[in-house]
Write a protein that binds this ligand. Structure first.
Ligand SMILES: NC(=O)c1ccc[n+]([C@@H]2O[C@H](COP(=O)([O-])OP(=O)(O)OC[C@H]3O[C@@H](n4cnc5c(N)ncnc54)[C@H](OP(=O)(O)O)[C@@H]3O)[C@@H](O)[C@H]2O)c1
Length: 276
């Protein structure tokens, strides 16, 4: 069903995006992968090619409008069409809101996670409409339930969810499918690349990456949802439970989320709970 479909995957050089590239490669899709780091892209592109997966990589910063237009232009140059766009590139942050330099953290996260999604989706839309294709946003459980110490990240994913819902409705009679994919905690590089209160990369994870869903499993679920033209998926049992509980018992979830996230390594929440 996905054979020969042309797919753009932003952030295709690591974690969920890279796993999506291999999963879609198995379906014989033709890929464009993007990211900022050329070495990681080159390596991924080489690994894909050795498995016979047709791909091109583009060094592009998702937060820049011009780069997103370039991604679309290059996809059309190489393949002549775009069937699926996967807005996957993303970063997270880790700091209490009161300590955060807003421009260096919240604005930066919004620029990549939300504005990146808006820029690329708009640039690709004429082609996606022509192909009656699919727009995917890789959002998060944090798009349903705000997470402490990740206020900017949560804001960006709520923005993505609202944006996708709005354009899904605008595109209702066009044959375009819009999929909101919300992974739970998934093992990847995202926590190592998290930015701190001043926008510096933390280079360490604060959770046990071994206890999470793998990026490969996450990608498998997303590809299945693309094939079934689903409107949304929520991943991991913990993620599903959090979204359901938060709808009906939000006060309880405030406490549960506080307690759970205060157990993360060096959590600033621990200090506030100790003070109280
Ligand atoms: N892992 C989780 O627990 C989890 C949970 C829920 C949702 N998600 C979402 O899943 C998506 C993928 O994250 P991941 O966990 O796979 O993280 P990851 O392993 O850190 O991969 C992130 C990818 O995005 C790229 N990227 C980051 N900033 C970019 C920018 N400005 N322009 C272009 N590319 C950029 C990175 O490459 P460069 O650094 O080279 O640019 C990398 O290829 C994100 O949207 C994230 O929010 C992840």
């Amino acid at each position: 069903m996905l054979t020969n479909k042309v797919v753009i995957i932003t952030g295709g050089s690591s974690g969920i995006g890279k796993a999506l590239a291999f999963e879609l490669g198995k379906e014989r899709c033709k890929l464009i992968i993007t990211g900022r780091n050329i070495d990681k892209l080159e390596q991924t592109s080489h690994e894909l090619s050795t498995q016979g997966i047709v791909n091109h990589y583009i060094v592009a910063d998702s937060s820049l409008e011009y780069d997103n237009k370039r991604i679309v232009a290059e996809a059309i140059y190489h393949y002549g069409t775009i069937d699926i766009v996967i807005n996957n590139a993303g970063i997270t942050m880790r700091s209490m809101f009161e300590d955060a330099n807003i421009d260096a953290t919240i604005r930066k996260v919004m620029d990549i996670n939300f504005f990146g999604t808006a820029y690329l989706t708009q640039a690709a839309l004429p082609y996606i409409k022509k192909a009656k294709g699919t727009i995917v946003g890789v959002s998060s459980i944090a798009g349903f339930r705000g997470l402490p110490v990740r206020s900017g990240y949560s804001a960006s994913k709520f923005a993505v969810n609202g944006f996708l819902e709005a354009i899904r409705t605008e595109l209702l009679n066009t044959g375009v499918n819009v999929l909101t994919a919300c992974p739970g905690f998934t093992s990847s590089n995202i926590r190592f690349a998290a930015i701190d209160a001043q926008g510096e990369i933390s280079q360490e994870t604060v959770r046990d990456e071994k206890k999470m869903m793998s990026s490969e499993e996450c990608a498998m679920h997303i590809v299945k949802a693309i094939k079934k033209r689903k409107r949304s998926i929520i991943l991991t049992n913990e993620g599903k439970l959090t979204v359901w509980l938060n709808k009906w018992f939000p006060r309880l979830v405030d406490k549960l989320v506080f307690t759970t996230l205060s157990k993360e390594k060096n959590s600033p929440l621990k200090q506030t709970s100790e003070i109280h």
